[in-house]
Write a protein that binds this ligand. Sequence first.
Ligand SMILES: NC(=O)c1ccc[n+]([C@@H]2O[C@H](COP(=O)([O-])OP(=O)(O)OC[C@H]3O[C@@H](n4cnc5c(N)ncnc54)[C@H](OP(=O)(O)O)[C@@H]3O)[C@@H](O)[C@H]2O)c1
Length: 335
Amino acid sequence: MRAAIVERYGAADVVRIREVDEPVIGARELLVRVEATTVGATDSANRTGRPAFARVFFGLRRPKHPVFGYDFAGVIERTGSDVTRFAPGDAVYGTLAPSPGAHAEFVRVAADGVVARVPDGLSAAEAVAIVDGYLTAIPFLRDGARVRAGQTVLVNGASGTVGSAAVQYAKHLGATVVGVCSTRHVELVRSLGADEVIDYTREDFTDAKGRFDVIFDAVGKRSFRESRAAMTPDGIYLSTVPSLAVMLRRRRAGSTDTGRRAGILFTGLRSGPDKAADLALISQLAEGSSIVPVIDRVLPFEEIVAAHRRVDGGHKAGSVVVAIDAAGVRAGGAS
Ligand SMILES: NC(=O)c1ccc[n+]([C@@H]2O[C@H](COP(=O)([O-])OP(=O)(O)OC[C@H]3O[C@@H](n4cnc5c(N)ncnc54)[C@H](OP(=O)(O)O)[C@@H]3O)[C@@H](O)[C@H]2O)c1
């Protein structure tokens, strides 16, 4: 099968498509023919090996997993002998995180892993585009911030993969949502349901006084110190990007502490069953039209280097999808 291989750290052009062996599945596994995958911020960090301390996880001298990509959508080619939950031909989507491998024509997936049938009405490209954003935004907002109806939630980086999911999920929870992005994404963020959009090239949300119950910095661009005065007296600041200050102030989800708080979660490291339960919730939300996929662009597998470049730029709107084959963009999720 063909897979995109990264054998050394570097710029986007270190990614090469090569022939590799097809995975061999066990009795409780699925072989999925991948139709669509994404290149995301973690793939970009994994490829550059930056920040340097992350090489402890990614590999000290070179990437320890040469095939990147966490999220997949495709069709089951074969099932292991003990699998009853799925059958060949089922259209499925999910994630392999924390171990990559989805930038390939086939992936091996545990049948009881983070995998579900593609929600009705979604193409493979649309299905794969919702995985990372919601598997991140849901635990941040529901478990970390404990967002309640009527609260005011600010989402910084509201047009990115995580931010666009956070805007839609916070609206679903009944919050008043303020999204922050640059001028060219204002209409997009408004269309996702944000009650107000702040264009960061014209206005600085940190100038507000005591306004936001929750500040979710989905792109880690503004610190807790900068954001503090804009929060209500018992507000919470959460960032997707670790900093020493936030790590020191970190509070367990479920903390009853009052006063302005700050925290971070590492959602990719959550247990498989927790993520699988949230994938089921994501399917429900998508089928109920409570959320819509946000796709920056869909590129063919042969252009995966361009996909990496787009992600490196830090200004994509939603997810960059790679269609492994032409079926990756077909409409409808039914097999
Ligand atoms: N902690 C965790 O568990 C976890 C899980 C998943 C992801 N992450 C991290 O979360 C971060 C975001 O990931 P992502 O995939 O959502 O990123 P992304 O899609 O690449 O974010 C791009 C968006 O960021 C916006 N942006 C860029 N500069 C900005 C600024 N100064 N102020 C406000 N918005 C700005 C851009 O909007 P404009 O083009 O309009 O500027 C763009 O739409 C990454 O660092 C990723 O590694 C962490």
